[in-house]
Design a protein around this ligand. Structure first.
Ligand code: CMC
Length: 380
C-alpha cells in the first residue's frame, strides 16, 4: 500500500465536492457574491438560497418565513432542561445540548430523507435563536418573551433577547452579519457535520457536532475573543504597545489570519462599516463620550498586524465589535454565529447525504514499530 500524501491540518486538501459555496474568486453562495447578497438580500432570503439552491421569489419567501416563524417554539421539557443547566453553563454549551435534545422531539426524528432533512433544517433555523434567547433570559432571571411570528430572523432574535423591538439600523447590521456568517465551504464545523452524517447519521447529530467544532477560539469562538482582546488593551492609547507585547509573547490576535485568505477577508471589509456606524449610533444614544474608542483601537491593531505579521482581519474582527456596539453580551457572539451558520451546516448535511460516501481518511503513523505483548508479570 502506498503512503498517502500528508498535509498538516488538511491545508490545501480538496476533501469533497460542493455546489453550495466557493472561496475562489471572492466568497460566493451558489454563485452569488457575498457583497451582492449583503447589499440586496435579507438573511432569510440567503438561508432559503442555501437550503433550496435558488433565491426565493416573493411568494416562496413569504411561505418560507411563515413556516420558520411557526416553528419558533421549544418543547416544554427542553425549557425545563435549559433551566436545570448549571448557572456557569455558557450560552454556546447550552445551545449544543439543546440542539442534541431537540433531535429527540423532532417529528421527523426517525426520517433521514432529503425532504425530512429540509423540514428539520427549517425547524432548527427557527429554534436556535429561541434557545439562545430563552437560555439567556432564564440565566438572568428574566421573564420569558415569546417569539414573534411577524418578524424576520434577526429582528425576532433581538426582540426575544431584549423584550423590545430593535431599531431598524440595528436589525440591518445584525442581518448583514448573519448573511456573512451563513456559509463558508469546508470550514471546520461544516466539515465536522459532513463527517458525522457521512456515516448515515442524522442532521441533529451533525449540527450538534458542528456546534462543538464552532466553539473553539480558532473558529467561531474567535468573535468572543476579539472583544476580550480589545477590552484588554484598554483603548487606543495602549493598543499598539499591547499588540506588540502580545506578538512578542507569540500570542495569537484573535480575529486575524485565515487558513485560506492570506491577503484579507472580503467579509471583514463589508462588516467594518456596520460596526463603525453601530458604535457611533449606540454610543451616542447611551451618552458615551468616546463612541469610536473600540473602532480606533481596532484600526491601530490592524496597522500593527499588517506591518508586523502581514496578517489581516477576518470576519470575526468586525463582528465582535458590532455585537459589542449593540450592547450584546460577549458569550452570545458565537451562538449568534451558530444561528446563522445553521443554514450552511444544514445545506451541507443535505448535500453530503445526496451523494454520500463515508469520509474516512488515513493517518501517517508515527508510533512505535511493531512489537509483541509481554505477559503482565514481565512488564514494568
Ligand atoms: N495572530 C498572531 N499570529 C498568528 C495568527 C494570529 N491571529 N494567526 C496565525 N498566526 C501565526 C501562527 O502563530 C504561526 O506562526 P509560526 O509559524 O511562527 O508558528 C503562523 O501564523 C501560521 O499559523 P497557523 O495556525 O499554522 O495558520 P493556519 O492557517 O493554520 O491558521 C487560523 C488559521 C485562523 C487558525 C489562524 O490564523 C488563527 O489562529 N487566527 C486567530 C483565530 C481566528 O481569528 N479564527 C477565526 C478564523 S475565520 C472565521 C471563523 O472560521 O470563525
Amino acid at each position: 500500500m502506498t503512503t498517502p500524501a500528508y498535509s498538516p491540518g488538511l491545508e490545501g486538501v480538496v476533501a469533497g465536492e460542493t455546489a453550495i459555496c466557493t472561496v475562489d474568486g471572492g466568497l460566493s453562495y451558489r454563485g452569488y457574491g457575498v457583497g451582492d447578497l449583503s447589499a440586496h438580500c435579507s438573511f432569510d432570503e440567503v438561508a432559503y438560497l442555501l437550503l433550496y439552491g435558488e433565491l426565493p421569489a416573493a411568494g416562496q419567501l413569504k411561505e418560507f418565513q411563515t413556516r420558520v416563524a411557526a416553528a419558533r417554539r421549544l418543547p416544554a421539557p427542553l425549557k425545563e432542561l435549559l433551566a436545570a443547566l448549571p448557572k456557569w453553563t455558557t450560552p454556546l454549551d447550552a445551545l449544543r445540548t439543546a440542539v442534541s435534545a431537540l433531535g429527540h422531539f423532532d417529528q421527523d426524528a426517525a426520517d433521514n430523507s432529503r425532504d425530512a432533512n429540509l423540514r428539520k433544517a427549517e425547524r432548527l433555523l427557527a429554534q436556535i435563536p429561541v434557545v439562545i434567547a430563552d437560555h439567556y433570559r432564564i440565566a438572568k432571571g428574566l421573564p420569558e418573551v415569546l417569539a414573534r411570528q411577524d418578524l424576520p430572523h434577526a429582528a425576532n432574535f433581538l426582540y426575544m433577547l431584549r423584550g423590545a423591538e430593535a431599531a431598524p439600523a440595528e436589525v440591518k447590521a445584525l442581518d448583514v452579519s448573519l448573511i456573512l456568517y451563513a456559509e463558508h465551504e469546508f470550514n471546520a464545523s461544516t466539515f465536522a457535520a459532513r463527517v458525522i452524517v457521512s456515516t448515515l447519521s442524522d442532521l441533529h447529530s451533525g449540527v450538534t457536532g458542528a456546534i462543538g467544532a464552532l466553539k473553539g477560539p480558532l473558529h467561531g469562538g474567535a468573535n468572543e475573543k476579539v472583544m476580550d482582546i480589545l477590552l484588554a488593551t484598554g483603548g487606543p492609547d495602549r493598543a499598539e504597545d499591547w499588540t506588540r507585547a502580545a506578538l512578542a509573547r507569540k500570542e495569537r490576535i484573535m480575529g486575524f489570519g485565515h487558513r485560506v485568505y492570506k491577503t484579507g477577508d472580503v467579509r471583514a471589509g463589508i462588516l467594518k462599516t456596520y460596526a463603525r456606524t453601530a458604535a457611533e449610533a449606540n454610543a451616542a444614544r447611551a451618552g458615551e463620550n468616546d463612541p469610536l474608542k473600540w473602532e480606533d483601537t481596532a484600526d491601530i491593531i490592524e496597522r500593527v498586524m499588517a506591518a508586523e505579521k502581514n496578517m489581516f482581519p477576518n470576519l470575526d474582527w468586525p463582528a465582535g465589535r458590532l455585537y459589542h456596539a449593540m450592547k450584546l453580551e460577549i458569550p452570545l457572539y458565537t451562538p449568534i454565529f451558530a444561528m446563522s451558520r445553521i443554514s450552511g451546516w444544514a445545506a451541507h448535511v443535505i448535500e453530503q447525504l445526496d451523494n454520500n460516501r463515508l469520509i474516512r481518511p488515513r493517518a501517517l503513523y508515527k508510533g512505535p514499530a511493531a512489537r509483541s505483548v509481554k505477559p503482565l508479570a514481565e512488564r514494568g
